[in-house]
Design a protein around this ligand. Structure first.
Ligand SMILES: Cc1ncc(COP(=O)(O)O)c(C=O)c1O
Length: 456
């Protein structure tokens, strides 16, 4: 028999609980705040989220049961396969063993349905009829559209304008699953109208789209808002990835020395890594690396501050690494990584030195994605290419050092709806965007005067 290249779990081996890292933090995380500096209570979040989700957001219980109706839907594509990337290892001539968890097998093509499904379910059982949300690359919008369809909810998605134009197929997916998809900023909200008046050609940003989706939610009947990343409950729903990966690594008889994920708002990175960070907190020796774009260098260059999650400051102030909520990112193709902030839980772990971060420039990511597609076959999403680039860096380092490192990477989604980016790369039209200190100082102006997080 040839050597194993994938580990597939049986349906009955699917994890039945999510892992909540809030239970294991060696130091407590600062709480979210209201603009006046007082802590946010569950009731403050009630106009935006249903109470069953708010309870998860603030929970410190280590294990939380996945409801049966959610498991039933997740089984449509989970457990997802874990592969050993032997062809890539050979092409690199590295002694490293590279494993990847393929989250591109979900109906929407990424890890996003792992939280879209439970979020739609909890809203449904709470009596909500309609969800609003934002989307960058369109992955989250399509995931939530799919999940709302499963549970009979209406769905409206505000899609960052540049992606709306670059990625028409994602919009068609959302419509196919019965949702409405609007370019953001747009004329249907007060925030959208205000921003368009100032800059009619704005490419939009996730921060703007979030403001529009929340404004729509709080001004509409039976409607709640759903966020595809950043928040604690979203990170927790994604831990099913790492929990499955642990069982699958056992089938290969290995445990990772390095765990890598790309980081936009932080959720897929949290998903693959938190169950391993738990081991690290309890004494295991491993490195955990979040790969972010050099064009949006939050954990590698921005300060740890209290900042709002959106442009209009409708969300609570969150303790996180942030480029400032008015940051309008350059038009890199990884739309899902163009966010000004980082999940508070991921930011906190970075601050505690339990994880590291790496900044990857666009061209290196596309080169890595090309090598991946030409060895492993699957064409990655531009977001995923950041994790691949970071993995290749580590595999090359293992070669230089002559050490047989075991690397586990989250392959967060496929790029079959993102081929315009590949087209631009192949035509030699893509460039690197690096953030200058001047741009950083300008974009950080928006957090002046906000409360400061306490020292560790
Ligand atoms: C394929 C893919 N990977 C990664 C991300 C980044 O999001 P997060 O950091 O929440 O995982 C996105 C966001 O849209 C995505 O579509």
């Amino acid at each position: 028999m040839t050597e194993r290249i994938k580990a597939v779990l049986d349906d009955n081996e699917i994890p039945r609980q999510w892992y909540n890292i809030a239970a294991d933090l060696p130091k407590p995380m600062p709480p979210p705040l209201k603009p006046d500096g007082s802590p946010v209570g569950p009731q403050d979040l009630a106009p935006v989220f249903p109470m069953n989700i708010i309870e998860q957001e603030v929970s410190t219980q280590r294990w939380i049961d996945i409801p049966e109706p959610v498991l039933e839907k997740l089984l449509m594509w989970r457990p997802s396969p874990l592969y050993r990337a032997r062809a890539l290892e050979q092409a690199l001539g590295t002694p490293a063993h590279i494993y990847y968890k393929n989250e591109g097998v979900s109906p929407a093509g990424s890890h996003k349905p792992n939280t879209a499904v439970p979020q739609a379910y909890y809203n449904k059982v709470f009596g909500i009829k309609r969800l609003t949300t934002e989307t960058g690359a369109g992955q989250w919008g399509s995931a939530l559209s799919f999940a709302c369809q499963l549970f009979g909810l209406q769905c409206r998605v505000y899609m960052v304008r540049i992606s709306f134009e670059q990625k028409p197929f994602r919009k068609m997916m959302m419509q196919t699953w019965g949702a409405e998809c609007l370019p953001s900023p747009g004329p249907t909200t007060q925030t959208g109208r205000m921003i368009l008046e100032k800059d009619p050609n704005t490419p939009g940003s996730l921060g703007i789209a979030i403001s529009e989706a929340i404004e729509d939610c709080v001004t509409s009947k039976d409607t709640r808002y759903s966020l595809g990343s950043v928040l604690n409950h979203v990170c927790m729903h994604q831990t099913i990835i790492g929990l499955e990966a642990k069982k699958q690594m056992q089938k290969f008889g290995e445990y990772p020395d390095i765990v890598i994920g790309c980081a936009g708002g932080g959720s897929n990175f949290a998903g693959i890594s938190f169950p391993f960070v738990c081991d690290k907190i309890h004494g295991k020796d491993l490195r955990v690396i979040a790969a972010e774009p050099a064009a949006c260098p939050r954990m590698t260059a921005a300060p740890y501050v209290y900042d709002s999650g959106d442009v209009a400051m409708m969300t609570p102030l969150l303790p996180m690494y942030s480029l400032g909520h008015t940051f309008v990112p350059p038009p890199i193709h990884a739309g899902g990584l163009r966010y000004h902030g980082m999940a508070p839980l991921v930011s906190h772990l970075k601050r505690l030195d339990l994880i590291e971060a790496a900044a990857l420039p666009q061209l290196e990511c596309y080169e890595s994605a090309m090598l991946w597609a030409r060895t492993e076959g699957f064409i990655p999403a531009p977001e995923t290419s950041h994790a691949i680039a970071a993995t290749i860096r580590e595999a090359k380092r293992a070669k230089e050092e002559g050490r047989q490192k075991v690397i586990l990477m989250n392959w967060s989604g496929h790029g079959l709806m993102d081929l315009t980016g590949y087209d631009a790369y192949l035509a030699g039209k893509l460039t690197n965007y690096l953030m200058s200190p001047d741009e950083m100082a300008k974009s950080l102006k928006s957090i002046e005067g906000l409360p400061k997080p306490p020292a560790l």
